[in-house]
Design a binder for this molecule. Sequence first.
Ligand code: NAP
Ligand code: ZN
Ligand code: ZN
Length: 349
Amino acid sequence: MLKTHGYATHSANSPLVPFNFERREPGPKDIQIEILYCGVCHSDIHQVRNEWGNSTFPMVPGHEIIGKVTAIGHQVTGFSIGQTVGVGCLVDSCRVCPDCQENLEQYCNAPTFTYNAPDNVSGGNTYGGYSSKIVVDQHFVLHISDKLDPAAAAPLLCAGITTYSPLKHWQVGEGDKVGIVGLGGLGHMGVKFARAMGAHVVLFTTSANKVDDAIRLGAHEVVISKDTEAMQKHRLSFDFILNTVAAAHNLDSFTELLKRDGTLCLVGVPDHPHPSPSVGNLIFKRRQIAGSLIGGLKETQEMLDFCAEHNIVSDIEIIPIQQINEAYERMLKSDVKYRFVIDLLSLSQ
Ligand code: NAP
Ligand code: ZN
Ligand code: ZN
């Protein structure tokens, strides 16, 4: 077994603290990775605090992992020692169901999430990227181009693919008016991708102090979503709106901005349900409310290659792991520009 250092929480209301545990030795198809960076996703906070009601402890969060390959099993192909690689929200799936067969492993009925999930290979629970190393089946390991800054690439593994996938699925492109709601980790990637795909991008924010940044990140327009008059000016004008907000809120103020047949896609997963949306808002213009979950491995690699081609990474604040509890408090106040990334070298300090 491999001795591993990390940070874990032991209950829903206690802070993250240093934690030592063991990982499996790499099997024939496994890749052993020394973790360099791990992004901090709002899903980490939801799960650490048991806001989704499915948490198991101790929990080592983290699913935006960038590292270097340090060992490979003898059946591994396409990876070599020393390469920079990524691991996102999934480390296994059933491989045989229709979703897996269509490269949509995220919709598998038996996926293994990177942390806080039963580990079918080693027993116990999976432990995530707030740690020194990880061992993952090669199918769930991504290639990271040397063109991408490794720290700033870490958030692509969740925030990146979670926004790229729905924008692609709903075929966002030139001539479309696209809204992104919330300028956090997911939202700022949504702005960058929608812009790179050629859409007219409008960012909705509750934070007036983020307006200049939103424009710098690629938005053509910014609307303060609390300003009813400013919202009304955009009625019936959007093809697609991607909503990344991490808290329950009124969806009607966004559905009414959609054109006929427009879609509001939810990716935020609040701990309480949103107030019920107005049915009238939907039926009179055949509008849709949809959802989307991360992305499959094939599409995640496609997104990473798109980022290398278009020079896209996340805007990050690097922190030592000792500051993780403080970083959570700042995220809860929407005070992060725009993703915290943990430098795992700090584990040995
Ligand atoms: P984040 O960095 O905290 O950003 C969320 C943003 O939502 C904030 O920056 C803020 O933007 C806005 N916001 C927060 N509270 C709000 C409120 N009460 N009312 C209106 N707006 C509010 O979080 P994240 O990491 O991007 O994650 C966002 C959500 O997506 C979380 O629920 C997370 O669990 C979920 N998620 C889902 C998937 C998936 O596959 N579907 C994957 C990853 C994460 P402004 O300051 O601009 O208003
Ligand atoms: Zn995430
Ligand atoms: Zn499956």
